[in-house]
Design a protein around this ligand. Sequence first.
Ligand code: UMA
Length: 479
Amino acid sequence: MKDIDIIFNQKKIIVMGLGITGIPVTKMLMELGNHIVAFDNNTGLDRDEIYSRIGKIAKGDLEMILAGEENIDISLLEGAGLVIVSPGIPSENSMLRAAADRGIPVWDELELSWRLLSDKQRFNTIAITGTNGKTTAVNLTGAILQDAGMRVEVCGNVGRPLLNTIKIDENIKRAVDDNIIRIIETSSFQLERTYTFKPRAGVLLNITSDHMDRHRCIEDYADMKLKLFSNQDISDYAIVNMDDSLTAEKITNIKSRENGPSLIKYSIKKEKGSHIWSGSGNIYYDFLSYKGKINIRDALLMGMHNTSNAMAASAASLIYGASSENTGKSIRDFEPLSHRMEYLGEIAGIRCINDSKSTNPDSTIAALKDFTKEVTLIMGGKDKNMDFLPLLAFLDSAVNNIILIGRSAPYMEDLFKSKGNVHSIFRCDSLEEAVRLGFKITIRGDVLLLSPGCASMDMFRDYKDRGDRFKRIVMSFKE
Ligand code: UMA
């Protein structure tokens, strides 16, 4: 029996986590007639809502257990053939450790979905990973290929599991419809429990400090990201950002592999032996049989980091047959996504920008790169044991005032006061208070920027909730 056959054999399967991935996984496995035991450590989840999201399914059945980790009965693993785990659940979880001890396979939803794809469908995959810029890069690649007339599905960590793009034919035990190009945003959490994943084009945007509460150190985190390339062979492409020092260092491993993927390197300037570079409003490319230039002058996406994202998206799109002209037009027309350097306009004489998606120090660095001493920066939130030292130089060059919020505020205040050069550091208990202070202390014509560099969950539901509230508060100053 092949591994994937297990899901067609009406078996007992464990699903860990009933969130964005766990619910469609449970639904699909029930539709195939399996007996599902689903766990979630959040005892506050609404059972009725979960049942209604799964819908009425004639086949299969579901045993739902909502309990703290310490109250979960490991013996429920008895007779189970497979565990599908949500990305946010760490491998130290007692149920996962017990499954590993018993030799029961533990897969991420990405692994499950990948095993259901046909060879042609796998050939039509682009996977994009990196600490920052993933969501912009997948959406931009999707826009380019769609504008070029192709059928595309943007999925993965972007908030839409790969499984949601798949329709299974039980007779052939595979997904149907070969003519879709799937662009998959891939996180380190997903890659951790992925084994056979082999995208035709893999893109690594950057690796900087993030999720250090989950991965023990930056090396472990980098190793997870590099799993993107580990199954690739000579028929595949590894597209990498040479401006990112850790990425540039780690790709030696890809270079030295016999029959490894074609390495396509990009950087803002040509010097780094790159195949793709930028200059005078253009992206230039010269790799394999591809050579030409793409006009990106007056693109709506701002900043050098976005030129870099555009180079990555261009490389992946050219491989799938997009032309220079179409690619340039799609990049120029692409509107920045909400909560990512989203310009809210000049309000009470102050330029306001919502960059709530910044959840690690490097994304705040990217936000500050285009400014000189003109920014009042609102930052702080839930820290993930990240390294804030590289941020200091950019605070120095771009920021006049720092307003700190959230759980990390005391730590950051100490760090910035002892090591940095920005003297105006304030602490506020709420975002409302921070914005009010921001309008008071920012000079007319300068910038009020929310770029927290931290996760949001200490004060908000998620980064979108944080950004939406920022926008509402800022807009109230219009009057
Ligand atoms: N849960 C437990 N025990 C735990 C942890 C979580 O029972 O120890 C439960 C939670 O109560 C929740 C469920 O597991 O009900 C699922 O939570 P989850 O957050 O792990 O997973 P999903 O809701 O399935 O969402 C995941 C990604 N979440 C994470 O990686 C944490 C989503 O990325 C992704 O959009 C979605 O799959 C679809 O692929 C979010 C994210 O924050 C946006 N990603 C990180 C990032 O971008 O930095 C990696």
